[in-house]
Structure formats: C-alpha cells, structure tokens
Design a protein around this ligand. Structure first.
Ligand code: ADP
Ligand code: MG
Length: 697
C-alpha cells in the first residue's frame, strides 16, 4: 500500500533511470512528487467533432486511425533528415489529417483501427488543414483522461522528465492527496478565502477548470509567503528578547560633530542617523538595514554611530567585503574622526595597522583588552581567536556581498558578558542595492529599514549611453579626449580569462582587453588592470596609483563594483553590459559622478535582443536605483535579481515576488496566527522544515 511518505521507488512506473532523474529534482517520496508543481497548462478541455474543428483552435477530438505512416523528409538545409509521421483519422462527422515531427515510435502505439483522443491546434501544413503535433491518449475503459480532453499540466522540463511521464505518474496517485494534513489554521483559510491544501494540490496538477488553477496557485503561493513571514516575525520577536548594550544618546556630541562636517547632511541622512541612534539607545539589539543608493552617503552615518558608541565606552566593528574597501573606510574614518581622539584600527588578512604599523598579533591583543575603539576589516573580523572587550555595535557594509552565515557570525560569535548578562551587539547592515518593497517586506521582514532616497545636493546626472559595435571608435575618441582633460576612466570586463570564456557570447577578458586597449586603442595612455586573482598588496598598489591619478584607465572585473571612491574618474565603460543585471550596472555607474565634473557611462554590447535592449534602455534613462531595482525584478525575475539561487527559495515565491497584495495578506495572516496563538503541531513542523530548506537573513 502506498502512502504519502512512500519512497517513489515503490511506484511500479519508476524504474532505475527515472528514479535517478527524480532524485536529481529532490523528489524522494510521493509527497515530494505532489509538491513538484507544473509551471503552465494546456487547455484541451474543449471536445469537438472533426467537422466542428476550426483553424487555429485548440481542442480535443476522439477518432479512429484509418492510416498512419512514417516518411523521411529533408530538414531545412541540413544533411540530417527529419521523420514525419502522417495519419488520417475519422469520426462520425468526418476525416482529418494529423502530422507529428520526429516521433517515429508513435506508429507502434497508434495502429490502424485504434481509437484515441487527440488534443492540439488545427493549423495549415502543406496546404491542408491538419492537427500538428497533437497530444494523444488511447481511449480505454477509464473515462477520466490524463493527457487529453481536459486542462493538462506542463511541468518544467528538467532532468529529462517529460510532462507526459509526470502526468502518467501523478494522476493515479491523486486520491492520496486526501491524506495530506493541512497546516494552515481553519480561521486563516476562511478569512483569506483559501482552498484546503489537498484540494489545492489536486487542482494544481489536474485542475477542473481555469478558476481552480488560479485558486490552487493562490493557496500554494500563500503558504510559501506565509511561512516566510511567520519565520521572520518570529525571528524578530526572538531577537527582541536578547540583550544589548544601551548606548546613551549624547546630543551635544552629535550636534557638534554634525555642525563641523564639511557638508550639510541630507534629510534622509538625518532621519536615518536618528533612527539608528534611537535603536542603539535600547537594551535590545538593533537589527537595521540602511538602504541607500551608491554615493548617497551611508559612510558618514556609520561614522556617527561608531563615534557615539565609542564615546559611550564601547567598541564598534565594521566589516567590508573587500580589502580595498576596508582600507578606504579606515582612511575615511580616520579623516572624519581626526579630532575625536579615538583609536581606530584596520585588520585584514594582509594588513594590521593602527595609524602606524602594528603586527596583527599585537593588534588582536589590543582589541581584546579594549584599547581599540573602532575596528575596521574584512572577513578577518570573524576569524577564530579574535575577541573583543565590549563590542556593542557591528556594521556590515555592502551586506549582500557576504554570505548569510558570515553575517550571522559577526553578530553571534561575539557574545560578551556585561554585568553577568550575555549581550549581543547591535547590528547595522548597509547596502547600496536598492531593495524593492516586496522583497523588503518578505525576505528582510525581520529587519527595520532606514532609507536614503535622495542624493546629496549638487550631484550631476551621469550621462549613460548604449554603445553598439558601430559606435565603438567614436566612443574611444571621446574617452581619449576626457583623459586629455586630466580625467580618468574605468573599464569593466565581465570575465577575467580565456578559460572562463562563455561559448555563446563574445566576452572580453581583462587581459585581452588590456592588450587591446594598451596596444591598439590607447597606446599613449597609462593603463592598469585589476582582477580577483591578484595579491591584495598588488591590488592595493594599483588602486593607489589610480587614486593618485598616476594611471589613466583602470581595467577591472567586478571587484571595483563596491564602494571605491575616485572623484576624478568621469568615465565608466562596461564591456558586455548585457551580461550584468540592472542593479549591478547601476552599482558600476555609481563609481563615477562623484566629483564636480560631468560623468559618462558607456554600456558596450553586441547583443541586441529585445530583452537586452529593454534592460539597457531602462538604465540609460533612469538614475533612480530603487526604480531600477523594481524593474530588474520584473524583467529578470527574482532568481536573477537576487544574484545566484543562494536563497534556496521555492519557485512559487520567486514567481510571486511582485505580488504586493499577497505579501500584505500573508504578513497579516502571520500576525494573526502569532497573536491568537494558532500555531498547531502541523504548522510547527512545517515551519521547521521550511526554515531548514531556505536561508533567511
Ligand atoms: P555610499 O552611500 O555609496 O557609501 P559614501 O558614504 O561613500 O556613499 O558617500 C559618497 C560621497 O559623498 C563621499 O565623498 C561623502 O563624503 C559625500 N557625502 C556624504 N554625504 C554628503 C552630503 N550630505 N553632502 C555632500 N556630500 C556628501
Ligand atoms: Mg559605501
């Protein structure tokens, strides 16, 4: 007897080859099979007589095969031949021709005299109306059909599993769905008008009608979002019970500091700073995301927060994703906090410095005994054997560049005891990747968010242009001219060497690009290159030379993507621009336009598909990171938007991330469930499993 938890190898139809393929999709039990959802449907529910078939119509006929044969025909201009299967079928109203391509084995099943259903589209082929490539199904004793005469599911074609096979496998198992226990409380189902889970599973695979397809999807997508919301809210509540050091708000200190800045803080900067200072002035840990576009001025907010923390007698750690950036922060912090008389240190894998050179062992000692107020570094801040005396604030810059585990480590590893009570540091994450609202409400649901929407005043708009191969020379001339005026340029290449070359698109490696630009295009200019395989020291020297204006052009992989500040650079040239996401292109562009001069961003592309065009146009028109992020999410889908699939989110979530209504409803539902204590055993189990499978913040 099969049940929900039966292993799929116990199903007769699953032989060793299919078992392997199903396992590759992580389908191990019948229950898993039920949760493998179709991504679309073919509506073959309209049944008609042959005489009623109309051109272009999609329908199902039932007919007897009166003739069937295979012929080989030339395939376009290739030497290969294609096999055409032609059949004549009849019912009481008439006769129609059917053709299939490259399915010669059909004649073994669809023999003369047999009766079958045929579902497909009536089209003109070789001057006659015929059904082309219809789905067929032999008519047997069972009235209920699987592949024809109904709405049929089409599954994502992965691992060589056809939809036909999956339908054949799943359909007879459907009665078992009655055993699926529903984890969603009745009250929620009623309030939000949702299908029962077993009903939803049945209908998502073999819907009775188009409306129930919708309702099934709605219920299942609701589940996924609801579980995310529930876990993020729970996480937030859990964190609220932890203890953190209360950093009292020193109004005079902050006022004086802000007054003496070389610029006036923008309103958004003021509000964000205030939100942070309020948060850390509490006994419970802050968990806040500071989200502001490239160049919007997040660093100064980090500096003010660290200053306040240090003056209250606590330590701050700032972690940046690259050495270049850590070093830059170290210098910026030193510059702004010059008069504050604080001890600031830099700790990366290649460097440990404290104004003047110090060994890393000595520095670690000083961090441990509290001699250092602010520690700036890379991943080296989460290494074993580094301990703090009284770390009260951790800041993570460009947080999306860190793995989830690394982020958690910085907050968790550094437990410390204060008055006998374990406390954890306040956490400030900063990101320049503008997060669309829907994502913020779901994936970042446990974070409080401060937004910097407006840029500091006086920033010039960057002129952005899409450059097709024809405009290449002209653009090179333009860049030459900029450099003549003592400006500098970045060139971004997607990949770093030939071995990583993508077969499909012609991608230029940094080295290749360097050869080309330094020998052919700009032989008289000073050009340097930067990529991830260089030693940190080498990278830093190259960056320094560029910062000092000793090199004219810096060719680089995406390592310059984050943070680096070179006000004299006015040109950003991106090769293979179509290979990057909008959010990333926007980041690159943010490297320029930091000084007072007009800056230019050139998006080089050889690919002019409509999708590419649409994306590159979007970025050439808009400078608003938030707007671009929303667009990117819509155009590319969440999977690509979020970068890799590192989040492990189910496809349904990916597909519905733009559905703000669903997101609001599920958030509301999660709050109701927590408030009224509606968590039952089933839900608890489901939530645990869900949390294991996805990687939330
Ligand atoms: P990001 O948010 O990308 O980290 P930064 O903090 O590096 O941006 O700031 C970009 C530049 O803008 C820096 O040179 C910084 O000194 C400057 N800046 C920050 N805030 C202001 C402001 N309110 N007015 C003018 N310039 C500012
Ligand atoms: Mg920054």
């Amino acid at each position: 007897m099969l049940n929900l938890s039966s292993k799929i190898e116990n199903i007769k139809k699953v032989g060793p080859a299919y078992l392997k393929k199903l396992h590759r999709l992580n389908i191990k039990t019948i229950q898993d099979l039920f949760f493998h959802f179709p991504h679309r449907y073919n509506d073959f529910s309209k049944r008609v007589l042959i005489s009623q078939l109309k051109q272009g119509q999609i329908a199902t006929i039932q007919a007897e095969i009166s003739e069937i044969k295979n012929t080989r025909i030339p395939y376009r201009n290739l030497r290969k031949k294609m096999i055409l299967t032609e059949a004549l079928v009849k019912d009481k109203s008439g006769t129609i021709k059917i053709i299939w391509f490259n399915q010669p084995y059909l004649i073994d099943t669809l023999k003369k005299g047999k009766i079958a259903n045929f579902s497909g589209k009536l089209t003109f082929a070789k001057k006659t109306l015929s059904l082309s490539n219809p789905v067929y199904e032999m008519v047997g004793i069972e009235k209920d059909t699987t592949h024809t005469g109904r709405i049929i599911p089409i599954y994502p074609e992965t691992a060589g599993l056809s939809s036909r096979y999956l339908r054949y496998l799943i359909k007879p198992l459907l009665p078992l769905t009655d055993k699926i226990s529903d984890f969603l409380p009745q009250q929620i189902k009623q309030e939000f008008n949702l299908f029962n889970l077993n009903q939803a599973i049945k209908q998502i695979h073999f819907p009775d009608n188009p409306v129930s397809t919708q309702k099934a999807r709605q219920r299942l997508a609701f589940d996924e979002f609801f579980l995310i919301q529930l876990s993020t809210i729970k996480q937030k509540q859990k964190l609220a019970q932890e203890k953190a050091s209360n950093i009292s708000f020193d109004q005079k200190l902050i006022k004086t500091f802000v007054k003496n800045l070389p610029f006036k803080l923008t309103d958004d900067q003021r509000i964000s700073t205030w939100e942070i200072l309020q948060d850390i002035n509490q006994d419970k840990p802050m968990n806040r995301l500071l989200n502001g576009d490239v160049g919007s001025g997040k660093t100064i907010i980090a500096i003010i927060s660290a200053l306040e923390t240090a003056k209250a007698g606590f330590q701050t750690a700032l972690m940046a994703p690259t050495e270049i950036l850590a070093k830059q922060h170290f210098e910026t912090f030193n510059q702004f906090l010059k008069k504050s008389n604080l001890k600031i240190a830099l700790l990366t894998s290649s460097e440990a410095s404290l104004n003047k050179k110090t060994t890393s062992a000595l520095l670690k000692k000083k961090i441990a005994n509290g001699e250092i107020d602010i520690i700036i570094g890379t991943h080296s801040l989460i290494q074993k054997g580094l301990s703090f005396k009284n770390l009260a604030l951790t800041i993570i810059d460009e947080q999306h560049r860190f793995g989830v585990a690394q982020r958690a480590a910085l907050q968790k590893r550094i437990y410390q005891i204060e008055d006998g009570l374990p406390t954890i540091p306040h956490l400030l994450s900063m990101t320049a990747t503008p997060i669309p609202r829907t994502l913020a409400l779901t994936l970042y649901g446990d974070l409080d968010i401060s937004l910097i929407k407006k840029m500091p005043q006086g920033r010039k708009k960057i002129i952005t242009k899409i450059i097709t191969p024809d405009d290449r020379q002209k653009t090179y001339d333009f860049i030459k001219n900029q450099i003549k005026q003592k400006k500098q340029a970045f060139v971004i290449c997607p990949l770093i060497d030939e071995s990583e070359k993508d077969m499909m698109t012609e991608v230029k490696s940094v080295t290749q690009e360097y050869e080309k630009l330094s020998k052919k295009i700009f032989p008289q200019l000073k050009i340097a290159m930067l990529h991830g395989k260089l030693k940190p020291k080498e990278k830093e020297n190259i960056m320094k030379e560029f910062q000092k204006g000793k090199t004219d052009i810096l060719i680089s992989t995406s390592v310059v993507e984050v943070g680096v500040d070179i006000p004299n650079a006015t040109v950003m040239m991106i090769e293979g621009a179509d290979r990057f996401g909008l959010a990333q292109l926007h980041q690159f562009r943010g490297r320029i336009g930091r000084g007072k001069d007009q800056s230019y961003c050139f998006l080089f592309t050889d690919s002019l598909t409509q999708k590419t065009n649409q994306r590159l146009k979007a970025i050439s028109i808009s400078q608003d990171g938030f707007e671009l992020a929303e667009k990117d999410l819509k155009i590319r889908g969440a999977g690509d938007f979020l970068g890799t699939r590192q989040w492990g989110l189910p496809d349904l979530i990916m597909a519905s991330l733009n559905d703000i209504n669903l997101i609001k409803q599920t958030r509301q539902a999660a709050s109701i469930v927590l408030e009224k204590n509606l968590i039952n055993q089933n839900l608890e189990k489901k939530l645990k499993k869900f949390q294991r499978n996805i990687h939330l913040e």
